[in-house]
Design a protein around this ligand. Structure first.
Ligand code: IMP
Ligand code: MG
Length: 193
C-alpha cells in the first residue's frame, strides 16, 4: 500500500505508520452474521442485555444487533485502561456505568478486541456482584497470545496475531475509528526501504 494519501473514505494516513489490510467489509459482515445467528439461537426468548464497551465496540454492536433475530436491551460502559500508546497500562477505571438494572438477566458483554484480558475480567467481576442470571462475552477479535489473565470469549469472531489494529470503531490515538475495514498498523522504517 503506498505511503501517504487517503484511505477508503477520506481518512488521512498518520505519518510514519503504514496501514495494512486485515479484514474487508465483506469479511467483517460475514463474521458478524455468524455471531448473530449463534446468539439468536442460544438466547431465544430469554431477557438479554447487550453491554457494549465504549468506545471501540460501538460499530460492532450496531451491526450485531441489526442481525439479531431476538429482542434485546442495549447498554454501554466506558472503561479507561489504554493510555495514548499501543500497550495497556494495566489500570482500569470506569468512567460511564450501565443504567439498566441487570439482576436476574442474561448479560452479553460486547467487546472489540481481547488483549491482556484485564478489561473483561474487571467487568465480569463487577457485573457478577449485581446478580445477573448469566454473564457471557462476545468479542470480534482476540489476541490470545497476549493474555495475562484467564478470560475467554463465549462468542468469538476471529483470533488474530499480536498486531495493533485500527478501523471499524477501533482507534489509534482516537483516529481511524470511521474506517469500514480493519487494518494493522506498522511503523515505516525508512532505513530499510
Ligand atoms: P485488555 O484489557 O488488555 O484485554 O485490552 C482490551 C482493550 O484494549 C480493547 O477494548 C481495546 O480498546 C484496546 N486494544 C487492544 N488491542 C488493541 C489494538 O490492537 N488496537 C486498538 N485498541 C486495542
Ligand atoms: Mg475497547
Amino acid at each position: 500500500m503506498p505511503e501517504g494519501g487517503e484511505l477508503s473514505n477520506g481518512v488521512k494516513r498518520m505519518e510514519g505508520y503504514r496501514l495494512n489490510p486485515l479484514l474487508s467489509r465483506e469479511e467483517i459482515a460475514s463474521i458478524v452474521k455468524g455471531l448473530s445467528d449463534q446468539i439468536s439461537k442460544d438466547y431465544g426468548e430469554r431477557e438479554l442485555v447487550l453491554v457494549c464497551i465504549l468506545k471501540g465496540a460501538f460499530m460492532f454492536l450496531s451491526d450485531l444487533i441489526r442481525q439479531l433475530q431476538i429482542s434485546v436491551q442495549v447498554d454501554f460502559v466506558r472503561l479507561v485502561s489504554y493510555g495514548a500508546g499501543m500497550r495497556t497500562s494495566g489500570k482500569i477505571k470506569i468512567t460511564k456505568d450501565i443504567e439498566i438494572p441487570i439482576e436476574g438477566k442474561d448479560i452479553l458483554i460486547v467487546e472489540d478486541i481481547i488483549d491482556s484480558g484485564r478489561t473483561l475480567q474487571f467487568l465480569k467481576d463487577r457485573f457478577s456482584l449485581l446478580k445477573p442470571r448469566s454473564v457471557k462475552v462476545c468479542a470480534l477479535l482476540d489476541k490470545r497470545a497476549r493474555r495475562e489473565v484467564e478470560v475467554e470469549a463465549d462468542y468469538l469472531g476471529k483470533e488474530i496475531d499480536d498486531v495493533f489494529i485500527v478501523g471499524y470503531g477501533i482507534d489509534f490515538n482516537e483516529t481511524y475509528r470511521n474506517l469500514p475495514e480493519i487494518y494493522y498498523v506498522t511503523p515505516i522504517d525508512h532505513q530499510k526501504e
